[in-house]
Design a protein around this ligand. Sequence first.
Ligand SMILES: [Cu+2]
Length: 148
Amino acid sequence: MRRKRFVFLLLLLALLLTACGGKKGGLRVEGAWGRPSPKMAMAGAFYMTIYNDGAQDDRLISAASPACGTVELHESYMTPEGAMGMRPVAGGIPVPAKGKAELKVGGLHIMCIDVKEGFEVGKKVPLTLHFEKGGDLSVEVEIRQEAP
Ligand SMILES: [Cu+2]
């Protein structure tokens, strides 16, 4: 009787773990990278492609990293004077079902403000992405000279 209950609990635990994995399994990140920046730099940008293999639309609403004082979601735009500027994205970055969001140079990016330590080539910066429905997803941002 005792043994049966133990086996039942194990099965229940396995089922719960599978359920959690499935929920977050719809979201994945590829090619997360950022350019090197010296210790004195105030900010650095992170780029990546976020895939949503799930059946429901999701949205990247914020992100956090122990390497950054503040993390913001940004978009690049052309100022009326013809210069490149950037600004926070209102309402987050949509990641459509069975689709993707591309964060790349000159477009959407994740801004690491108040860099805590220098980003030299080869460094892996931990970053946690917060999604509206999918919850948290932890990734490593590789510091490199060129896009992967
Ligand atoms: Cu920016």
